[in-house]
Design a protein around this ligand. Structure first.
Ligand code: HEC
Ligand code: HEC
Length: 136
């Protein structure tokens, strides 16, 4: 009998404790969710910031000017008409921006292997890195 009372008393205690701990668990869960939402928000903000600088970088890349557009280089002036694609493509390159000109790659001495006479000079159709060192 006493044992039963004590037993039921323990049960009541247990119940109280378990409802307390359920409440505690809910609080933890809610605090956790709020934390996750805040951290998620911060990550989204960080992504938006880095994303916007990324697009800025891309758009300035896309808007990169043709540095040969107003060039007075004789190769450029004539080749804008004869091979506009090559001039257009090269004009937007970082090498053109670094002021590497057509002649730097194409123009060679008369006796150079594969050289073809062209507009008062000699050029290579397909220059290789070999002529970089010979023209330095
Ligand atoms: C007066 C116009 C003119 C000038 C100046 C000129 N070119 Fe050309 N070039 C042409 C024409 C036209 C072609 C033939 C294009 C084609 O049909 O492929 C050509 C072809 C070329 C070729 C290919 C050669 C071949 O036999 O297929 C190269 C390389 C070249 N030019 C480089 C140059 C370089 C470098 C300069 C500056 C030193 C230059 N050109 C100056 C008009 C010119
Ligand atoms: C950084 C070196 C470099 C510069 C600068 C350069 N070219 Fe070229 N060019 C080449 C190479 C390499 C090839 C061969 C590409 C291939 O075989 O696909 C070539 C190919 C060509 C051809 C085609 C030749 C053929 O056989 O059909 C022409 C025309 C030409 N270039 C003109 C020019 C003109 C005009 C300029 C200046 C606006 C210029 N290139 C600047 C390296 C260069």
């Amino acid at each position: 009998m006493i044992a039963a009372l004590v037993g039921s008393g323990e049960k009541i205690n247990e119940n109280n404790e378990s409802s307390n701990s359920t409440l505690h668990a809910w609080r933890l869960l809610i605090a956790g969710l709020v934390g996750v939402i805040i951290i998620g928000g911060l990550i989204l903000i960080a992504m938006a910031v880095s994303g916007s600088t990324g697009t800025n970088g891309e758009s300035s890349e896309g808007a990169r000017v043709n540095v040969l557009a107003s060039s007075d280089n004789e190769c450029v002036i004539c080749h804008e008409r004869t091979t506009p694609g090559i001039v257009e493509q090269y004009g937007h390159s970082s090498m053109a921006a670094a002021e590497v000109i057509c002649q730097d790659c194409h123009e060679v001495e008369a006796g150079y292997p594969e050289a073809v006479e062209h507009e008062g000079t000699y050029v290579l159709n397909q220059p290789t890195t070999a002529c970089c060192s010979s023209q330095a």
